[in-house]
Write a protein that binds this ligand. Structure first.
Ligand SMILES: NC(=O)c1ccc[n+]([C@@H]2O[C@H](COP(=O)([O-])OP(=O)(O)OC[C@H]3O[C@@H](n4cnc5c(N)ncnc54)[C@H](OP(=O)(O)O)[C@@H]3O)[C@@H](O)[C@H]2O)c1
Length: 257
């Protein structure tokens, strides 16, 4: 029986690096992908680990990732690569906000479409996509990012319905709240109240929630009980109030309030 094979994107740090540990422990052969070189990807990981540097905001980058799979059957895909972008939309550069959309939406969808077609054809395989509870909240001062996660949360719900007759295929959406990773530094949000919040989730716990959910075939998982409450409240709170609440945690300078 050949080894199980998993692709994990955004695996150089944070939630993706923790997903890689769980999949390695479970005996998956791994192809880990990020946009910058991995420092020491095999550290602490059992089994075969390959890494690839590819910009998954581009079709070419995703094609390079698919080539690197070398025709192996993909048993598990964790489509986790993504990034944020703080500050007011009117102050953001086109290239920067477009990179958020191209990574979080376009590259993710292209990869999921390619891999899911193979999985549905053989009626076997598992995909975990990292969305966010940010998708339930209009994200003042991180508006493009929250919009991309609203897209991902919504899109994966729809796609799951489209493939519901493929009983052997699982598509799970992981929806974390704020997590203690490099996300806020990379998004230039370290002067915000959410950026410096010391009570963010541990990426290992979030990855475990997502991994357990995809392994057990769950549709989606909001990680953490506080986030479950926040997600439920968001459904019954007017958008203007949610946007004002988001301003308080994401407005530049709010770290000092
Ligand atoms: N942290 C949070 O509060 C939070 C909450 C909810 C959801 N999420 C989501 O969780 C996922 C993982 O984020 P994280 O919190 O673990 O942050 P992180 O530590 O910054 O990890 C992000 C990963 O994505 C990779 N990546 C970003 N853009 C890429 C691109 N264009 N091509 C290839 N790789 C790319 C990064 O690699 P490079 O550095 O090489 O680009 C890194 O490996 C993201 O989808 C994020 O939106 C995060």
């Amino acid at each position: 029986m050949p080894n199980k094979f998993a692709i994990i994107t955004g695996a150089s740090s944070g939630i993706g690096a923790e997903l890689a540990k769980l999949a390695a422990k479970d005996g998956y052969e791994l192809l880990l992908v990020a946009d910058t070189p991995f420092v020491d990807a095999s550290a602490g990981l059992a089994g075969a680990v390959e890494t690839l540097e590819a910009d998954l905001s581009t079709i070419e980058g995703v094609d390079r990732l698919l080539d690197a799979a070398r025709g192996r059957q993909i048993d598990l895909l964790c489509a986790n690569a993504g990034h944020g972008l703080g500050h007011a939309f009117l102050d953001q550069d086109l290239a920067d906000w477009r990179h958020v959309i191209d990574t979080n939406i376009t590259g993710t969808l292209y990869l999921v479409q390619k891999v899911l077609r193979q999985m549905v054809a053989r009626d076997d395989g598992k995909i975990l996509v990292t969305g966010s509870i940010a998708g339930f909240i209009p994200g003042s001062f991180q508006a493009v990012y929250n919009g991309t996660k609203a897209f991902i949360d919504n899109f994966t719900d729809a796609l799951r319905n489209e493939i519901k007759d493929s009983k052997g295929v699982t598509l799970t959406t992981l929806m974390p709240g704020p997590v203690e990773t490099e996300f806020f530094e990379r998004g230039d949000m370290m002067d915000t109240s959410v950026g410096v919040n010391p009570n963010k989730s541990d990426p290992a716990d979030v990855a475990k929630d997502g991994y357990d959910a995809v392994m057990s075939g769950k549709a989606s998982i909001v990680s953490g009980w506080k986030n479950k409450i926040q997600a439920t409240m968001a459904n019954v709170t007017p958008a203007a109030i949610l946007a004002e609440q988001h301003r308080k945690m994401a407005e530049p300078g709010s770290a000092n309030d």
